[in-house]
Design a protein around this ligand. Structure first.
Ligand code: ATP
Length: 578
């Protein structure tokens, strides 16, 4: 496929505001792509060169792009800047300058593969003189492209190709490509859940349909999508739901998925971002585990070994950083409470029942003499009163509560189910838990806030069945002035003209500024109520759900993807529990 053809698809995707239309356009794109290029096309569609969990970055600031464009089109840097001032988008600037320049002989000759290879080369430049070299390589590429191709080839290195869909939309589109409907998504998704490389999945499926996917295996280095817990309000409800069960403390740190193959270690966050560089002590301890290949999961938490006390989440979370790592590792050493095992010595374990996975996990970690790893405590319960006592004990130790696990359940990669149930400390208010909501946009402020240009946020929950975001609240409280400024800055970096395709919002609630799906904020409310305006959980003419007295509790959860926001299904359940 020529890159200009791909760019035309980008253009179509960019201008559609319906999730379904997007799925069909992508399906059309995938059916025209060859198996050899479909993986690269998937990454490019998401504005990347590698799967989401890998980091292979361009590290190219906007100001360098001025130089690239000046060089590519033989213009003065100031002229490029002026045009940018007018258009507000460097992709648009490239398109305009390329059109001005007129026909370029080699235009039609650039295939997706060729452009991908060149971009790859640009991102890979390192060492002395790398900035200059990057500029030259990229300018050479941009100069050879047709206007529409140049527009998108410029946006990719700037991380500005935001077409507004996720890996999930791609899964639907793959189904659509073969069947003209989404029915195959259910069959494709389990493979994606154990191997979260969307390019690899698309390629295997393109090559040999579902049979092709059979070749997808769990491999160390490719993350497995995490399982999530359902919640229940008390021990009786839990025992009534799953009977005899295991309960583990709910450690309040951050989740880590750790992969080891020989001496190669990868540590992924809940969001499946590669974090190995931030946790040198976990990497070192993993290398010492006496198996050659393993994938396991645990919760990392700051731990004071003198006092044997856990550190509060606010301290632990300081370890999630890219700079000053060594210093912080000394200040806040981490302990990883391991709780699940997915893979061991080439063998896939996620389909085995919990109690068997757990047994093997204990076997491995009992042997490892490590200060970093500890096995998460586990007890078996049949009676609600005993489970309740265990829960109370954990609360008194300063923990969040417990995670209860069904003894015979497989690991439910990529989904939220009752195989795991979280039972958390009660907090004031009828609504016990906080909600993770996606920021859809913001409204300009009135009164004092008018000065900030932001007065309230429109937030949404995730409708996983339809892969769309539905509005649930307008929030104007809970933030300090500094936080309003900060959130505005974050929002402005993701601002778009029209309503993003996957947003469902009643027109009376349209915010003044729309924001692409990216920012997840933690919200508390007194109650879930019914609403004629909000679309969360709305079916036909029925009312949707809204939040009463919503306020922001934690500005942003960078470890959560938009699709990790609280779901409509959870809201419906929480409403039922009230
Ligand atoms: P929350 O905000 O309540 O932690 P979440 O949406 O981040 O929820 P869930 O999957 O719903 O995540 O709840 C389980 C979370 O609890 C996991 O993300 C994990 O990080 C954490 N956790 C702590 N201890 C355990 C444990 N023993 N077993 C499983 N998960 C645990």
């Amino acid at each position: 496929m020529y890159f200009s053809e791909l760019a035309s698809f980008f253009q179509k995707l960019e201008t559609t505001d319906s999730r379904n239309a997007m799925t069909e356009i992508l399906a059309d794109l995938f059916s025209q792509a060859s198996a050899a290029e479909i993986d690269k096309i998937c990454y490019l569609c998401l504005g990347r060169l590698v799967p989401q969990y890998e980091s292979y970055e361009f590290n190219l600031a906007e100001k360098l792009m001025f130089e690239v464009l000046a060089k590519a089109y033989g213009k003065d840097k100031e002229a490029v800047k002026t045009l940018y001032g007018r258009l507000g988008d460097l992709g648009g600037v490239a398109q305009a300058l390329a059109s001005e320049k007129g026909e370029v002989k080699s235009i039609k000759d650039s295939t997706v593969e060729e452009v991908f290879t060149k971009l790859w080369e640009v991102a890979g430049v390192e060492g002395e003189g790398s900035v200059e070299k990057k500029i030259n390589l990229l300018a050479e590429l941009i100069a050879s492209l047709a206007p529409i191709s140049a527009k998108y080839a410029v946006r990719i290195p700037l991380k500005k190709l935001r077409l507004g869909f996720s890996d999930m939309t791609i899964l639907d589109s793959l189904s659509f490509m073969k069947k003209k409907d989404k029915s195959l998504r259910k069959k494709i998704e389990p493979f994606y859940n154990i191997s979260a490389d969307i390019g690899k999945i698309a390629r295997a499926f393109k090559e040999k349909d579902l049979e092709g996917l059979e070749s997808i295996r769990i491999v160390p280095g490719t993350p497995i999508r995490t399982a999530s817990a359902e919640r229940l309000p008390n021990a009786e409800a839990i025992i009534a739901k799953i009977g005899k069960c295991a309960a583990e403390p709910k450690y309040d740190g951050f989740r880590v998925q750790i992969h080891k193959k020989d001496q190669e270690v990868h540590i992924f966050s809940r969001n499946l971002e590669e974090m190995s560089a931030s946790f040198p002590e976990i990497s070192a301890a993993t290398k010492k585990i006496s198996v050659s290949s393993i994938i396991f999961e645990g919760e990392a938490i700051g731990f004071n070994s003198e006092t044997q006390e856990f550190l509060p989440f606010q301290e632990t979370v300081q370890r999630k950083r890219k700079y000053g790592i060594t210093e912080m590792a000394k200040k806040i050493p981490l302990k990883v409470f391991v709780f699940d095992l997915f893979f061991r010595e080439g063998q896939k374990l996620i389909d085995q029942p919990y109690h068997q996975r757990r047994q093997q996990l204990e076997e491995i970690f009992r042997k490892s003499q490590s200060d970093v790893f500890a096995i998460a405590e586990k007890k078996i319960f049949e009676q609600a009163c005993d489970l309740e006592a265990f829960f109370q004990e954990k609360i008194s130790q300063g923990l969040e509560g417990v995670v209860v696990k069904k003894l015979d359940a497989p690991y439910e990669a990529g989904s939220r189910g009752f195989s795991w149930i979280k039972y958390k400390r009660e907090e004031k208010g009828a609504l016990d838990d906080t909600l993770d909501c996606l920021i859809m946009g913001y409204y300009y402020g009135r009164g004092k806030r008018a000065g900030f240009g932001i007065g309230a946020l429109l937030v949404a929950v995730y409708n996983a069945a339809e892969d769309v975001f539905e509005s649930i609240a307008k929030i104007g409280t809970g933030l300090t002035d500094e936080q309003w400024m900060e959130i505005k800055k974050e929002c402005d970096a993701l601002k778009v003209e029209g309503k993003p395709a996957r947003y469902k919002v009643h027109k009376d609630l349209n915010p003044q500024v729309w924001v692409l799906p990216k920012l997840v904020t933690v919200v508390r409310a007194d109650e879930i109520t019914k609403s004629p305006l909000h679309t969360a959980g709305k079916i036909g003419a029925e009312a949707g759900y809204a939040l009463r007295f919503p306020r922001v509790m934690e500005l942003l959860r960078h470890d959560k993807k938009p699709e990790d926001a609280t779901t409509v299904k959870e809201i419906t359940e929480l409403y039922g529990m009230q």
